[in-house]
Ligand binder design. Structure first.
Ligand code: ADP
Length: 423
């Protein structure tokens, strides 16, 4: 059996990558699994992050999927379990952070755990139990208007208590600042008061590094991705380039982009201005029944043999609105995602082995179209976006290097820089 140290359960796909990336930078070799794997782990890694899509589904369903993930991770020998949610504590009044935490505690026989969304690198800090996004409280950050998980109360002790049967308490900054021994002492005090889940204050990476040793023996941790930076040291691991080593890259290079964020618009423009070979996809031609996939692959075939190509539906807000008003928001989105995913698959069939995908939803569609079940996490291109290495189901298992960039991530030169990082 593989020697798995940390088993992670993430409640969404890009959040899983975010956590995996933090663990790699802190010194762990990490695989991200898309859903609960059907087979045992076949990689020699320190941590696995199982990416679920359980943030906004019914609590009972989220519990069932999380327990499935737990059982698989335990079967791989995981020594500690990490339940990862969003650093803005995205949840509804029913959950799913509270119910999933309690179900995992029950299954693990765990009498005490932490809840720590703080991620100072991303400007998410917790003080006196109150969550800040940048310089404002959570409920003034825009999250109060989130369509699925509106966050109207910044006090996390209150928010989590409303979702839990067990008693929720606080380890405040005055304690965290004094270090691991003080945190451990506070945990014993909270336990004697009947508390079994504690929100932990953290306003800096130093706070998270002080927290690390105090939670080394907890069977279950629940957190955003920030807490990850303090964990590898508990297993005797330190940051090293070995953690992000991937097999050597080869083959042809391509970028597909379905993201319409401001950052991605700049990245497409930058690639074109540098003289890159690029082709725009027109959603209205897809809707009119033109075989845009075949047309694009015919365009790409002679070019991609010589240089990286970019295929994009990326457009500015005005153009998107006009397409959406003619086709409907969901129909337009799903149609473009399907088309780009089919193009990504066609490009791999043409010999592309280094593929950059821009767009969160677009990434999900491409990973699915390529039949990717597990990805080994490699070196970071820009904050939050690592290269990964994965087996596809093209020609029964062609391996590719793939980078999945969600909307606003990456500098303007991302589509050029990505390939130099791999070289
Ligand atoms: P991001 O990470 O930037 O949010 P996503 O891939 O998650 O990117 O979402 C972008 C959505 O916009 C996808 O559903 C995609 O199919 C859709 N889309 C992309 N290009 C266009 C376009 N030109 N017109 C309409 N919708 C588009």
């Amino acid at each position: 059996m593989a020697k798995l140290l940390l088993g992670c359960i993430a409640d969404d796909f890009t959040g899983a990558t975010d956590l995996a990336n933090n663990l790699v930078r802190a010194g762990m070799r990490v695989v991200q699994a898309i859903g609960v794997p059907a087979t045992p782990l076949d990689a020699n890694v320190d941590a696995v992050v199982v990416a679920l899509k359980s943030r906004t589904i019914a609590p009972a369903e989220a519990i069932a999927r999380s327990l499935d993930a737990l059982r698989w991770l335990q079967a791989q020998g995981a020594q500690q379990i990490y339940f990862k949610y969003c650093s803005t504590f995205d949840s509804t009044p029913e959950g799913n952070i509270g119910p999933v935490t309690e179900a995992l505690m029950e299954a693990l026989g765990c009498e005490f755990t932490i809840a720590t969304p703080a991620f100072p690198d991303n400007k998410r800090t917790v003080f006196k139990g109150y969550l800040f996004a940048g310089d404002v409280l959570l409920n003034e950050s825009g999250m109060q208007n989130h369509p699925l998980t509106p966050m109207t109360d910044p006090n996390l002790v209150r928010v989590l208590q409303a979702q839990c049967q067990r008693k929720v308490g606080l380890i405040d900054h005055a304690v965290v600042a004094r270090g691991a021994a003080a945190i451990s002492e506070r945990i014993e005090q909270l336990k004697s008061e009947g508390v079994s889940i504690a929100i932990v204050d953290a306003v800096s990476n130093d706070d998270l590094l002080r927290l690390g040793p105090a939670i080394a023996k907890m069977p279950l941790l629940t957190a955003g991705s920030g807490v990850a930076i303090g964990l590898p040291a508990n297993f005797g691991l330190a940051p090293s380039s070995q953690a992000s080593a991937l097999p050597p890259a080869g083959g042809l290079r391509a970028v597909v982009s379905g993201s319409c964020s401001l950052a991605t618009n700049r990245q497409v423009l930058d690639f074109i201005q540098r003289g890159g070979a690029a082709l725009a996809i027109d959603p209205l031609r897809i809707a009119a029944g033109v075989d845009v996939v075949a047309e694009t692959l015919a365009w790409a075939a002679p070019l991609v043999a010589k240089q990286p190509v970019l295929v994009y539906s990326t457009a500015e807000a005005g153009a998107i609105k006009s397409v959406q008003s003619r086709l409907g928001v969901e129909k337009a989105g799903a149609m473009v995602e399907r088309t780009i995913a089919a193009i990504a698959r066609g490009l791999v069939e043409l010999g592309v082995r280094q593929l950059v995908v821009a767009g969160g939803e677009t990434s999900g569609a491409c990973v699915q179209a390529l039949g990717i079940a597990q990805m080994q996490i490699g070196p970071q291109i820009d904050p939050g976006v690592p290269w990964c290495h994965a087996r596809t189901d093209v020609a029964e298992g062609t391996p590719v290097h793939i980078a999945l960039k969600s909307g606003n991530f990456g500098g303007d030169d991302f589509f050029t820089k990505a390939f130099t990082v791999l070289a």
